[in-house]
Design a protein around this ligand. Structure first.
Ligand code: F6R
Length: 235
């Protein structure tokens, strides 16, 4: 793991931006994208830049089950708002939360992952160590699946879900194996509330209890942290 600690999230996001710019310069075109708080500055930097994504493809990690693109709580909506409205991509893919036929949706997404092998997979980390919505206990061999959100996750997403009559209990998510298949992984974690998960991911044993700990076994993972998120690290 290549661990880089920055004074603040602006500098860490800037580094993520540089890595994506270098990838584009090298003609890498398939980017696994994520959502949430962590990439907001990074997306701002992308959309305010002159980077050209018209030949690139974006393949998102996950989507809430039951939420369609018109719903402002969906990750479709999030990606439009933060990136796609401003930057044209060749193709963009996100699991379809409105497809209630699980086999059909999972097969569709697995085919997309096979057709567009990711050069880079962007990741955040949950306070419980989840990556994508692979919650503690998830098999390291998992591929795209419907996952039940952990209580902790529903708790931390409370603000995000505000306004929904019933917060989603499930999400479609790339599996851990799907994530590990990417050539390079770039994980962003900011803030003191992430410090324990970050320590467990980097310095703890590789265990299903901390899904992100599997990244220790990935040959090309870059972890970009602000100072608070790194504060429990020993070295
Ligand atoms: C988002 C995702 C999640 C988040 C994680 C951290 O697509 O898959 O794993 O990356 O929950 O979320 P934030 O950045 O909001 O703290």
């Amino acid at each position: 793991m290549n661990i880089q600690i920055f004074a603040n999230k602006e500098e860490a996001s800037q580094q993520a931006f540089i890595l994506i710019k270098e990838a584009l310069d090298q003609n890498k075109l398939n980017f696994g994208m994520m959502t949430g708080e962590s990439p907001k500055l990074f997306y701002q930097m992308l959309r305010e830049s002159d980077l050209d994504f018209t030949q690139a493809n974006s393949i998102n990690l996950d989507e809430f089950y039951g939420l369609g693109e018109e719903d402002e709580h969906s990750y479709h909506y999030y990606m439009e708002k933060h990136l796609f409205k401003f930057k044209q991509f060749n193709q963009t893919f996100i699991p379809n939360g409105k497809n209630y036929n699980l086999i059909d949706e999972i097969d569709r997404y697995e085919q997309i992952l096979a057709d567009y092998p990711r050069d880079i997979q962007m990741l955040g980390i949950g306070v419980n160590g989840h990556i994508g919505f692979n919650e503690p206990g998830e098999s390291f061999n998992s591929t795209t699946h419907l996952t039940r959100l952990a209580e902790t996750t529903i708790g931390t997403y409370q603000n995000y879900f505000k306004g929904l009559e019933r917060p989603p209990e499930y999400a479609y998510s790339m599996g851990i194996k799907s994530i590990m298949d990417a050539d390079q992984i770039i994980l962003l974690a900011f803030g003191a509330h992430k410090a324990k998960a970050v320590r467990d991911m980097i310095e703890g044993p590789v265990t299903r209890k901390v899904p992100a700990s599997i990244l220790q076994n990935h040959p090309n993972t870059v972890i970009l942290l602000d100072r608070e998120a790194s504060r429990l690290l020993n070295s």
